[in-house]
Write a protein that binds this ligand. Structure first.
Ligand code: FAD
Length: 745
């Protein structure tokens, strides 16, 4: 591993990072089929999709023929079939999380509504793909394959209907109004079910011919809830409803449908058994939704990352040309740099770029993790089935594997000489141990990337819009940045808004096995800090320690009234700590991806010339991002650790009492009058006389010494981060761009 030493003479960033760089960072350099698929998806995104947007196609809520024509492009380019296994007409074998993530990224580079239109079809099929019976998979997943020449059948287009009109299902997925009853059940025959479901905001409803709908039993003869497949031709009412008047993702179709249909019981997704005259679905709607969303949410997270990274070039182009109308001639700084002469625009763009990189790194890492997890999950299911254990008994079996996994992590932390070489062998090769390790991580990375990429990403998209001045809020803005800003807010909302992700994280991030891995990561980041200080890994490591210290602290700490701090109802504690973790995860993954680029990039001759400059620039971006993450973590942890203690010297009259004696000496003459007047005190004795201090220092450090030390250390670790930002800003003034974007505005 080469150590990067950044000096004034360090090589610069020649061009914006291209596919060769991304393939290494996001680890698909050896997957030629994905590289090809990216090219064809890009052709659709920057061709037909961009043309529709530029022609004002987003200005209607209706599902227009122009929008519908995109479906054919998706089919012809391989986008539709990429979701399908080869046995069902697809062309990529094995897990497809990374594939789908890369395609969503490409489409969202131009328009995330188009990405959603394609992905919502997969979402509609996902319950069947994840939990469907073999017959259901063959009929619906197989039926979704684009038609081959000479084939004469109606292609399946799916929608996913969970959300219901207010006051029913939204964030709370358990509050189902959709009902299922037995309509007919002849002796020995298959039951026919009556399904009543109203949907709200259901994507693809303008054209879908099947719907996977979540419903609850309204009949003693059906147990619990399920997801069920509705077909357009089923007897009864299949009303697509009115189009949603949305301000976002207008290239996808969204409606509020009404279903009132009779369907055979074999449509229950995953099948059912009958016991004592009661239909028992094999999976509740909750179980299916969990299996589906934990994968698809990663893809949504990457949509916002694509927006941020797609903003870099249009903003640079705009800034450089901004002042050309004046007196400056070619060759003068005013002509060549335009607005880039101003430090602020450069620094803000650096922040946007660093956020985009970190969020893409986090999202693609999560997608790859699910690719690794998928086959292990199948092995786990098979293992449990062979043992004939389900429910609580299955949970107990997996808990044993979790203990094994913890043991394995403990052993791997020991120096090689301190353990027998074979100590870890059995545990390391046990797929169930591997499963629980990766599953624990997936339970954190998925909500983290959905939450941070989209939530913080939407905020940073606003920054991008602001850098384009008035242009930013027009339809003509190059790169469609204004629309992308608003679209990002939908990505933060659908498939579970931020609160849902924070709720999930507040549980999964306290898992002992996750925290054991997190501790390992701290050591790893510390090692990186000594080898590559320019990445800001030192800051990151300290911020990780601070977060872990705070999480441990709040497990037992109470507030000033003696109430427990870490509790599911105390979202003021759990949610910010979840946010803080996301900052750390994203920054860490970005650092790891830059190391990967540095390590593997030299093997690619196409990169040879530009590699050192790109790595140096990315290293600076890492430093910017780790510093920003550390700042957020410090702020959040500080507020939580100190903020629930009551101030010892507070009373209703004097806020000055919070200054401890030593500080008063230094504040002499600068404290304004407490009555709100502008008067400054002349000396400390006057303050003392007027407002005698009622207690000692405002902060009680008892038991918090380690925290206070870490916070002070964190500040020190920021050394150099602004120099890195200056260098990155300088690179933005020199990097080569195209003359114009490769898609229309
Ligand atoms: C364009 C679009 C397309 C969509 N496509 C689909 C689709 O195809 N299929 C489908 O089923 N749904 C779809 N949805 C619905 C979407 O998933 C929901 O809107 C989303 O999950 C939030 O539900 P809600 O709007 O009812 O918000 P609510 O449940 O009303 O929540 C509103 C807000 O309250 C707060 N909140 C709620 N609960 C909690 C809590 N427990 N703790 C803390 N805060 C909380 C959060 O800030 C939350 O954002 C779509 C929505 C849109 C806008």
């Amino acid at each position: 591993m080469g150590t990067i030493v950044i000096e004034k003479t360090a090589p610069g960033l020649n061009t914006l990072p291209g596919d060769d760089v991304r393939q290494i960072m996001w680890r698909f350099a050896d997957r030629y089929e994905l590289q090809m698929l990216i090219q064809s998806t890009r052709g659709v995104a920057r061709g037909p999709v961009a043309r529709i947007v530029a022609a004002g196609g987003r200005n209607s809520h209706e599902w227009t023929p122009e929008k519908a024509a995109l479906l054919a492009h998706f089919d012809e380019s391989g986008i539709t079939a990429a979701f399908l296994d080869p046995e069902f007409g697809g062309f990529i074998a094995g897990p497809k999380n990374l594939v789908l993530a890369l395609m969503a990224f490409e489409l969202s580079w131009v328009d995330a509504g188009a990405a959603t239109c394609s992905l919502a079809g997969n979402l509609g099929l996902a319950p069947i793909h994840e939990r469907g019976t073999p017959e259901q998979k063959a009929r619906y997943v197989g039926g979704a394959a684009p038609l081959k020449p000479g084939e004469n059948r109606k292609q399946i287009r799916a929608a996913f209907a969970l959300t219901e009109p207010i006051p029913f299902v939204g964030v709370e997925t358990g509050m189902l109004a959709g009902k299922v009853r037995v309509a007919e059940w002849k002796d020995g025959g298959e039951p026919v079910l009556q399904v009543d479901k109203r949907g709200r905001f259901i994507t693809n409803m303008g054209f879908a011919n099947i719907v996977a709908a979540a419903v609850e039993s309204d009949d003693k003869r059906i147990k619990g809830s399920c997801m069920i497949i509705l077909e357009e031709t089923d007897p009864g009412k299949f009303d697509r409803g009115t189009p949603t008047k949305k301000l976002v993702h207008q290239l996808s179709s969204t409606n509020d449908p009404v279903f009132n249909l009779k369907v055979p019981a074999h449509r229950i997704i995953g099948g059912y058994t009958i016991k004592d005259g009661v239909i028992i679905p094999n999976y509740s709607h909750g179980e299916i939704i969990e299996a589906v969303f934990r994968r698809t949410r990663v893809t949504v997270g990457l949509m916002t990352s694509a927006k941020l990274l797609s903003a870099i070039e249009p903003v640079i182009l705009y800034h450089r040309r901004r002042f050309r109308g004046g007196e400056g001639a070619p060759g003068t700084p005013r002509y060549e740099l335009g607005l880039q002469q101003k430090e602020d625009v450069l620094h803000r763009l650096v922040d946007i770029w660093a956020t985009g990189e970190a969020s893409a790194s986090l999202g693609f890492a999560a997608a790859r993790l699910f690719d690794e997890l998928d086959p292990l999950e199948k092995q786990k299911d098979q293992w449990l089935a062979e043992k004939k254990v389900t429910g609580r008994a299955a949970f107990k079996e997996l808990a044993k594997k979790q203990q094994d996994a913890l043991e394995l992590l403990k052993l791997t932390l020991q120096p090689v000489g301190a353990r027998e070489p074979n100590d870890t062998g059995v545990l390391q090769t046990d797929p169930l141990v591997q499963f629980v390790i990766l599953d624990t991580l997936a339970n954190v990375l998925c909500p983290a990337c959905k939450l941070w990429n989209t939530g913080h990403g939407a905020t940073m998209m606003r920054e991008a819009v602001s850098l384009m001045g008035g242009y930013g809020v027009t339809e003509d803005c190059p790169g469609f940045l204004g629309q992308k800003w608003m679209d990002a807010q939908l990505e933060a909302t659908y498939e579970g808004p931020e609160a849902v992700q924070r709720l999930q994280l507040s549980i999964t991030m306290t898992n002992e096995l996750f925290l054991a891995q997190f501790q390992q990561w701290i050591l790893e980041v510390r090692r990186i800090a000594s080898e590559r200080p320019g990445t800001g890994a030192c800051t990151l490591g300290t911020a990780m320690q601070l977060w872990l210290w705070t999480l441990n602290h709040v497990q037992t700490a109470t507030d000033a009234d003696g109430t427990k701090l870490y509790h599911k109802s105390r979202q003021g504690v759990t949610f910010p700590l979840a946010d803080a973790l996301c900052w750390l995860l994203a920054a860490r993954q970005f650092v790891l991806d830059v190391i990967e680029l540095d390590t593997k990039g030299a093997a690619n001759p196409a990169l040879a010339d530009g590699l050192p400059g790109t790595v140096a620039f990315f290293t600076d971006l890492c430093h910017v991002q780790t510093a920003r993450a550390a700042g957020e973590v410090g702020r959040i942890c500080g507020e939580i650790v100190h903020g629930y203690n009551r101030h010892p010297a507070w009373d209703e009259t004097s806020c000055h009492a919070c200054y401890c004696a030593e500080e008063l000496e230094t504040l002499e003459g600068i404290i304004p009058g407490i009555d709100g007047s502008a008067r400054a005190y002349s000396d400390v004795s006057e303050i003392r006389e007027l407002h005698p201090l009622k207690a000692g220092p405002c902060v009680k450090f008892d038991g918090l010494e380690a925290f206070v030390r870490l916070r002070a250390k964190l500040d020190g670790c920021l050394t150099g981060c602004r120099l890195a930002k200056d260098r990155a800003a300088g690179a933005l003034t020199k990097v080569m761009t195209r003359e114009a974007l490769d898609y229309p505005a």
